[in-house]
Ligand binder design. Structure first.
Ligand SMILES: [Zn+2]
Length: 161
């Protein structure tokens, strides 16, 4: 799912608990719960091959969406910290651990993370817990609606706790 959505929910958990030791495991669990909602990820918007499988072609606008997602993440976390400066540590930790699982797919950090004994079980849960729409449906962008609803819910939670 979108980094901004995971970060926002993680930050809201941090703002709600204001306790780093509760925030870190709760943010990691929130990532799994959110990924289990049926959704479409940006990688699924590559054009389909004739046999219905996904091609390796990355649409030109994908990097723009990724940069927008990163900027939105920074804006949301910054606004959360400015709104609740006394809860800044928990908000930042919540956002960080909310998005950390998706870095298991990052080029250099991911392989390192996979080797950590404390991460292997979680990596398995993360990989197998995703619920994606079928590709033919995802191609129509409908699969982004759950992500946008979760993002709105996360923003509402973060700024009303
Ligand atoms: Zn994930």
């Amino acid at each position: 799912m979108m980094l901004s959505m995971h970060a926002c929910v993680g930050a809201a958990i941090g703002a709600s608990t204001n306790n780093p030791f509760a925030t870190i495991p709760a943010a990691l669990v929130s990532h799994l719960i959110l990924d289990s909602f049926p959704h479409t990820d940006i990688a699924h918007l590559a054009p389909l091959n004739e046999d219905g499988t996904m091609s390796n072609i990355i649409p030109k606008w994908v990097p723009i969406v990724v940069i927008f997602d990163l900027l939105l993440t920074i804006v949301i976390v910054t606004l959360g910290v400015l709104t609740y400066p006394e809860r800044a540590t928990s908000i930042i930790l919540g956002a960080f651990f909310g998005i950390l699982p998706d870095f298991q797919y990052a080029p250099k950090f991911g392989p390192w993370l996979y080797k950590q004994f404390w991460y292997k079980g979680y990596a398995w849960l993360h990989e197998n817990g995703h619920c994606h729409f079928p590709l033919s449906y995802a191609q129509r962008f409908y699969g982004f609606h759950p992500q946008i609803l979760c993002l709105i819910g996360g923003v509402a939670w973060l700024f009303h706790c």
